[in-house]
Ligand binder design. Structure first.
Ligand SMILES: *[C@@H]1O[C@H](CO)[C@@H](O)[C@H](O)[C@H]1NC(C)=O
Ligand SMILES: *[C@@H]1O[C@H](CO)[C@@H](O)[C@H](O)[C@H]1NC(C)=O
Length: 291
């Protein structure tokens, strides 16, 4: 995300190599088992013994950001007028040439649609934004936002729908996030200089606090130390097995449908920014194969 306010200091879970979006059997654990708040502690509310949490953003929030480290296995966005707010969920490594896998939810005026932006950073470089509308109102109910990251691919899921794939094509010289452990973060912040209608809609603080709710904090992955580059049992975990190495036919079809119906922006087709198409685009089937 490379956001200037995003500075987080507290160490939590380090995931090396892989983390799963489709665990064989998801087990919900309390927030505190794997995550810690790193900022604005008094703006986090714990519900149901910590199995649910809420982040809130108001004009008293220190520097107006909130960040916790959390995998939001299920997540409900800020409701009502959320223009100017961004709720994010992402993996990131700490290095200067860092890797990052991002879900960013751009808020909007009451009744106007959220935008879901995804991005992938490899070796410190992002510039791979895609934006879609969701086919539901993310403020009404909990939905599952998850990331499958293994040796072969990164897949972004919204509920059971794959919405984006980034394949490992290192052999073609395409960088793939792999040799640095990542931490899981989630945050809610003020971004009204760019988020809603390109920055036209400002945050209306009279609607504060803005609240995002989370539950079902599930992670599956191998725990890593800061210096370890790879999982000890590389290739042996469930997420590295055949069925997680590529999408199946049905999943490719679902992905195509989401793309065709809900895409707002795709860096792969932005000729103003990229006169030649970035070479991962075809591999990831971000564009029709004959284009
Ligand atoms: C907000 O709503 C407007 C009007 O419907 C729409 O053009 C825009 O894409 C929506 N989302 C954001 C984040 O601006
Ligand atoms: C915060 O918002 C409240 C309600 O809108 C307002 O009364 C108060 O002056 C604001 N405080 C700051 C520091 O902006």
């Amino acid at each position: 995300m490379g956001f200037k306010w995003m500075m987080m200091l507290v160490l939590c879970v380090l995931i090396g190599g892989s983390m799963g979006a489709k665990p064989n059997k998801p087990i919900d654990v309390p927030f505190g088992r794997n995550y810690e708040p790193s900022w604005a502690f008094d703006h986090i509310k714990y519900l149901n013994g910590g199995s649910e949490i809420q982040l809130s953003l108001d004009n008293r929030t220190v520097k107006r950001i909130l960040s916790i480290w959390a995998l939001c296995y299920a997540h409900k966005m800020v409701a009502g007028d959320s223009a100017g707010t961004v709720t994010a969920f992402y993996l990131s490594s700490q290095n200067s040439e860092h890797d990052e896998i991002d879900f960013e939810f751009l808020g909007n005026k009451t009744g106007e649609p959220y935008i879901l932006q995804t991005n992938v950073y490899t070796g410190g470089k992002g510039d791979k934004e895609q934006r879609i509308y969701l086919w539901f109102d993310p403020t009404k109910d909990y939905h599952t936002y998850s990331i499958l990251w293994n040796l072969y691919q990164i897949v972004f899921f919204v509920d059971e729908y794959p919405i984006r794939v980034f394949k490992n094509n290192k052999n073609l010289g395409i960088k793939f996030p792999f040799d640095q452990p990542m931490k899981i973060y989630s945050s809610l912040w003020e971004a009204d200089d760019w988020a809603t209608r390109g920055g036209l809609e400002k945050i209306d603080w009279s609607n504060a606090p803005f609240v995002a709710s989370y539950k079902g904090f599930h992670i599956d992955g191998c725990e890593s130390s800061v210096n370890a580059k790879f999982c000890a049992n590389q290739g042996k975990s469930w997420w590295d097995q055949k069925e997680f190495q590529d999408l199946d036919t049905t999943q490719w079809r679902l992905l195509r449908r989401v793309r065709d119906k809900y895409t707002i922006y795709n860096y792969c087709t932005d000729k103003k920014r990229f006169s030649t198409m970035p070479k991962e685009c075809k591999r990831n089937r971000d564009v029709p194969r004959n284009s």
